[in-house]
Design a protein around this ligand. Structure first.
Ligand code: G16
Length: 550
């Protein structure tokens, strides 16, 4: 059991002092705030990642530098555990404590206490793989992260500029290399080949689909999408839009999955590309979210969000499981959050087991692991499908009794390969959707007709202290501030098919309000009325109250 290299850490830590006025928190998706305030956090995360690896006997840990769908000036960092999943929840608290130690001395003290309490054997090796998105603040933050690796003498592999899901894929591939669970070749090329090979098998013999337009949000997904376009060729004609990763200010600006979901309209840059009936999709800044949409004959915009993706994909998998003769052995279930549209929840619960969990991929992922096949999607387009190890064994060993069963099993096996099971992956999800559309001969309109969305509205409220908001029941109800939920309930009762909830964001300094109702005007009104109550109740400056809050 060796000791911490205190002097090496001290020298480097002094170069990355914590800004005294800031308090950091490891939230829904790691640390996330303005890029220019994250230097000390990056350094400390570098050390923490090394310790996490030591704790897990030298397994490779992932570190992703990104702020995803947030504005370009933001940045962030999150850790990825050995199977490619999000960092274990207990360590989020440790990360927060270490990030907030006010000085080098305090940091060293916290570090020593943590190593002792967590019983970390410092003589173990530490391995990390790290990557960043295209944000301008990325290179400097990565340099701070690398100082953290240096301080602890971490064996660190730089995966360069890539998408969040590719980083998750790399982590799992590295850790499973040469084992019976080998996930794939541990390179970006290995990722593209694995997914595209399975995709081509799945669409072989299907009529060529019209070109798919991909809005890359001017983010890092543009690079991987271009690779897919090259490799897929005629198997999926692709037109890429918003691929500018160098012009300042354009990342996620008026484009991308979050723009589409929150504005519920076409990114203006796509207006000249998209013809009525043609389908298109938007990625977000690090390519872990996906939104589909199309224009009808009258040029009206229709959105196909994470809920619609879940419904499409789950129905297809259930069909294949039945066709394979496996419906008694393989049960498909769905995981959603409170943001799932009431229309989707009704449609899905009539057909499959559905569970609702708090926001955040980590919550959905863990819940989905309890099903044989767990389909999880957030309405914002973040999600994937998990096939349990037992289900994968069944698929590999099942002896089909008819040619139809054999075809269905082959399709399921290829579907497992198309899906990035480590985390939500916009590009892999997109190819999965394309497989289903090709098999069902659906266009956007037919997909959309699976069920009807209730009109809904999402509003951000800036309050002095969002930590006073505490929720229960998978974030569907507020327990604090006291009395607020009762006022929301009174309001909601006045709206046909009304539903609303309030929760603090884990990635932005805001409180989010979601509302839905049978008609559009009522959904908007309910959201703005709830937002008004939230604003007034929290002692926010009345002169700054947005005019639309009722
Ligand atoms: C992250 C999480 C998602 C979550 C989203 C918004 O997405 O990975 O699970 O839905 O933040 O979270 P909140 O409402 O707490 O701000 P991303 O795409 O930004 O990494």
């Amino acid at each position: 059991m060796s000791t911490l290299p205190v002097e090496a850490i001290r020298v480097l830590a002094d170069r990355h002092p914590k800004p005294s006025s800031l308090k950091f928190q490891y939230g829904t998706a790691g640390f996330r705030t303005l890029g220019n305030s994250l230097d000390s956090v990056m350094f400390r995360v570098g050390i923490l990642a090394g310790l996490r690896s030591k704790k897990l006997d030298g397994k490779t840990i992932g570190v992703m530098v990104t702020a995803s769908h947030n504005p370009e000036a933001d940045n962030g960092v999150k850790l990825v555990d050995p199977r490619g999943e999000m960092l274990e929840a207990a360590w989020e608290g440790h990360a927060t404590v270490l990030a907030n130690a006010p000085s080098t001395d305090a940091f060293l003290e916290a570090l020593e206490g943590f190593v002792k309490a967590a019983k970390i054997d410092l003589s173990k090796p530490s391995k990390v793989v790290y990557a960043r998105d295209t944000r301008p603040s990325g290179p400097a933050l990565v340099a701070a992260l690398e100082d953290g690796f240096k301080a602890l003498n971490v064996d660190a592999r730089n995966a360069g500029v890539t998408t969040t899901p590719i980083l998750h894929y790399l982590v799992r591939s590295i850790n499973t290399k040469g084992t019976k669970d080998a996930y794939g070749e541990d390179s970006e090329e290995g990722y593209i080949n694995k997914i595209s090979t399975a995709f081509k098998k799945l669409v072989a013999g299907k009529p060529a689909s019209p070109p798919l337009i991909i809005d890359c949000a001017n983010g890092v997904g543009a690079k991987a999408a271009a690779e897919f376009a090259k490799v897929l060729g005629d198997a999926l004609p692709i037109t890429l839009v918003n691929t500018d990763t160098t012009t300042p200010g354009v990342l996620n600006h008026q484009c991308g999955a979050d723009f589409v979901k929150t504005q519920q309209k076409l990114p203006p840059s796509l207006a000249s590309h998209l013809k009525p009936g043609q389908r298109a999709c938007s990625l977000d800044g690090d390519a872990d979210r996906l939104m589909y949409f199309y224009l009808d004959e009258r040029g009206q915009f229709h959105m196909l969000d994470g809920d619609k993706i879940a419904a499409l994909v789950a129905a297809f998998i259930v069909e294949l499981v039945k066709a394979a003769g496996l419906e008694e052995k393989v049960r498909v279930g769905i995981v959603q959050t409170a943001y799932a549209n009431g229309g989707s929840t009704k449609y899905l619960t009539e057909r499959l087991p559905v569970k609702c969990v708090p926001t955040g991929v980590k919550h959905l992922h863990h819940a989905a692991e309890h099903y044989d096949v767990g389909v999880y999607f957030e309405a914002n387009g973040h999600g994937t499908v998990l096939f349990s190890p037992e289900t994968q064994r069944i698929l590999a060993e099942h002896q089909p009794s008819t040619p139809a069963q054999s075809t269905a099993i082959t399709h399921l096996i290829n579907i497992v390969q198309v899906i990035n099971q480590t985390v939500g992956d916009a590009l892999s999800d997109m190819l999965l959707v394309e497989v289903v559309l090709a098999h069902k001969s659906y266009n956007g309109y037919e997909w959309d007709s699976l069920y009807e969305d209730l009109p809904n509205r999402l509003v951000k409220v800036v309050v002095p202290d969002r930590t006073i908001f505490k929720t229960e029941d998978a974030e569907r109800r507020l327990v604090s501030p006291p009395g607020l939920q009762a006022r929301i309930d009174d309001l909601v009762r006045k709206y046909a098919s009304g539903r609303a909830f309030v929760r603090p964001s884990g990635t932005e300094d805001v409180v989010r309000v979601y509302a839905e109702a049978r008609v559009r005007a009522q959904a908007d009104e309910l959201a703005f009325r709830v937002a008004g109550i939230v604003y007034d109740e929290t002692g926010a400056d009345p002169t700054q109250r947005p005019a639309e809050f009722l």
